[in-house]
Design a protein around this ligand. Structure first.
Ligand code: AKB
Length: 318
């Protein structure tokens, strides 16, 4: 079936790269990027773009009708660290946008929805290692509360109204194409920019803080693979655990030193340490691997190599 896709939150970290990949697959005119603000030139110039407030159901619906949209990917969200600074705003944005999109699907304006959950849906009482798909989930951040609530809204709309909504619990996502935006795992992106530019980085998490992570290319591929899977293979309608790699800031710094031997790291943990400490260290994603054949491509070394190579080329060309 040919699809026309609307991306809400396309100017964000994941939204931008997801839009690029979807435009390659479905054709530029079939992927409508949108955000509350303009995106970078690559996003704005590679296909249709609309300004949309993701909490405004009527605004979303008008664009859905204008382009005859068949699928919505909802990427607009306030992440964990910013969410702790603006709890009410985080809740309002994260929940109203999801409910607006689920309602649009319930009313049959679109036939499929993607919405990301996160490892933030877990909490301090969750088993930390090889965290199972089904386990104790008592999140301690507003972002995490919005994610666990959202997961159950997705499941509810699927069970009650037959909405084909699909979701992944993203780990920290790492890319060199854009700067991080308000998350606790952002250090793992920031560190590469600083390593290339300044040769040194002060990390806001302690050296031994292990977290689940993933390279952007794997995250984008997982998202599209999940959306393209046969509906009968989707057994989890809350959100699938998803995993690739895990490391501590110290291990990441050691990896970067393989390519940049003079790189120096120092540690000054701030309020984000407590958030990181409440999350799992490693994730069991065997259900995603079994149900729709997910597998990741990048390990820590191939990811670091790819990022450093690209950032160095960008520096030479700028
Ligand atoms: C964050 O750190 O808030 C996000 C996430 C793990 O969902 N990157």
């Amino acid at each position: 079936m040919s699809e026309t896709i609307l991306i809400l939150g396309a100017s964000g970290q994941i939204g931008g790269e997801l839009t690029e990949k979807l435009r390659n697959i479905y054709g530029s005119n079939h992927v409508i990027a949108s955000d509350i603000r303009n995106g970078n030139d690559a996003l704005m110039n590679s296909g249709p773009f609309e300004i949309i407030d993701a909490t405004d159901k009527d605004g979303i619906l008008a664009v859905v009708k204008k382009y005859k949209v068949t699928q919505i990917y909802l990427l607009a969200a306030m992440l964990s660290a910013t969410g702790e600074q603006f709890p009410q705003k985080a809740w309002d944005l994260n929940m109203s946008s999801l409910l607006a999109v689920l309602d649009i699907a319930k009313e049959k304006h679109v036939h499929q929805v993607y919405w990301p959950s996160s490892i933030a849906a877990f909490g301090p009482t969750t088993p930390k290692n090889n965290t199972p798909q089904k386990t104790i989930m008592e999140p301690s951040t507003v972002y995490g509360i919005s994610k666990i609530s959202g997961e159950f809204w997705c499941n509810y709309y699927h069970e009650k109204f037959g909405v084909d909504v699909r979701s992944l619990r993203y780990p920290g996502i790492i890319t060199w194409k854009s700067k991080p935006g308000g998350g606790t795992t952002d250090y793992a992106v920031d560190i590469f920019f600083k390593a290339i530019k300044e040769g040194a980085y002060e990390c806001f998490l302690g050296e031994n803080t292990r977290l689940p992570m993933m390279y952007m290319e794997d995250a984008v591929n997982a998202t599209i693979k999940l959306m393209q899977a046969d509906a009968k293979d989707i057994k989890v309608r809350t959100s699938y655990n998803l995993s690739a790699i895990d490391f501590t800031p110290k291990e990441l710094a050691t990896q970067i030193q393989q390519f940049l031997p003079n790189f120096k790291i120092t540690y000054k943990p701030d309020f984000r340490q407590q958030i990181a400490d409440s999350w799992p260290q490693t994730i069991d994603d065997s259900e995603a691997r079994k149900d729709w054949n997910w597998s990741h491509k990048f390990d820590l070394s191939s990811m670091a190599n790819d990022i450093i190579k690209n950032l160095q080329a960008q520096k030479i060309n700028s």
